[in-house]
Design a protein around this ligand. Sequence first.
Ligand SMILES: Nc1ncnc2c1ncn2[C@@H]1O[C@H](COP(=O)(O)OP(=O)(O)OP(=O)(O)O)[C@@H](O)[C@H]1O
Ligand SMILES: [Mg+2]
Length: 489
Amino acid sequence: MNISPKPASAQSMPERSMPQETQWSSSIVLIVDDESGILESLAKIFAREGIEVICANNGTEGLEILRRQRVSVLLTDLMMPKTSGMDLLKAARTVSPETEVILMTAHGTVETAVAAMKEGAYDFVTKPLKRAHVVRIVRNALEKQNLVIENRALRAQLEERRQKAVIGTSLAWRRAMDITVQAAASEATVLLLGASGTGKELLARTVHENSSRAQGPLIPINCAAIPESLLEAELFGYEKGAFTGATTSREGRFEAANGGTLFLDEIGEMSRHVQVKLLRVLQEGEIERLGGAGKTRKIDIRLVAATNIDLADAVRKGDFREDLFYRLNVVPIHVPALRDRADDIPLLVQHFVRLYSEKNGKQISGFSREALLAMSRYQWPGNVRELENAVERAVVLSRAAVIGEDDLPPEIRDHEALGTSSRSMTFTIGTPLDEIEMRVIRETLRETRGDKRLAAKLLGIATRTIYRRLESQESNVTAQTQKPDTDLG
Ligand SMILES: Nc1ncnc2c1ncn2[C@@H]1O[C@H](COP(=O)(O)OP(=O)(O)OP(=O)(O)O)[C@@H](O)[C@H]1O
Ligand SMILES: [Mg+2]
């Protein structure tokens, strides 16, 4: 039997396939008693209190419901044939450990109820039941449940924050952070410029979280990851029948970001066609879904955009609209490459060591001096992301408590051959490219102490190319004896 003032719940629930969290949408009280009179009156009482209940008239059925769906509070009679309240309590502890259990017991069996408390029951009530008393105890149990859930959500949030911590004390990083936090307080469009893996997405989140829209949504969209033909529909949404396959209408990311922040990642990859449409949104503050027949919707969003390409150059080449560039370039933030904030490397290493040790259940305290030195000397073309991956790999593979050089990938270890690797070169504007190329090759070879293989790796070219360039240079020098290259060592 299943008496329920709000039927459906028990029967319509799909078999245990749903992820558990999604079932926490409401607080459900399960009442189990073999006396249908008690079930009926309790169901009525709780219905009047606005509390959703499911009833079962024996322990087996009660257990079945506990298995099928999340129950916040179980209110069960103690004395029942076959599965007793005590059996049900014990089973509930394994099947549904989150459920708070309240036992109902007749006079004279208080001792059993006390034993039940020891088994983990939340409380017990004695029969005959007093309406106000039962309601109060059930309400308290529900409140405890909500606190537990809220607490868990907060803890998860805290953990996420810790994992997404923004690390850096170098001058270059502090400068970028200062502008980020300052810009966050305004409504201005922020344009994050920096190479891949430098932390642009992290800063986009920092902008959102430090803005007055922090409670609103942060909606990211990666313009490079979505095929050009779909990007427009993704951003603007569409009405039913807007194109073949649009069988329902759908809101786009602009609408989803309403009241919050829209993060347009890799904006340099946006086609000219979508650029025009974006510009219109920025000018008019409203969007029209595809197939919207002229119906516009006001939107209130804060825009953060990011790119790893030189947008000004893209404008010069005609790949990016100049007017859109100026609309986006309100507060440009240059996110420094890791090699330009090398002071932060030890801090970042320590942060990721802690993170990945915990994730992998390892007890690793840090990097050896040599390993850290190798990390600091390496150029990090993939920036923080590459460093994060290198640390994760080392943590996973290391057998020792301290990560040594041998745990590092060869490109980082080999790099030790480089002496003062942060040296720079200057050229006069107008220097022929051939000459620049040659000097860079020669200087790199000096750094690698003649190791052509390593030099080629650093320059991202084939070793063979280095040989060829050196050969042609030599023949040039012999041909033009009147203009000797004094740099040639
Ligand atoms: N200052 C930092 N402190 C801690 N972690 C960082 C920092 N900067 C970057 N990271 C981490 O490095 C990784 C790459 O960062 P992020 O995704 O923000 O880079 P990105 O600039 O958006 O890269 P891409 O251009 O490739 O999309 C992320 O896991 C991020 O958490
Ligand atoms: Mg990114």
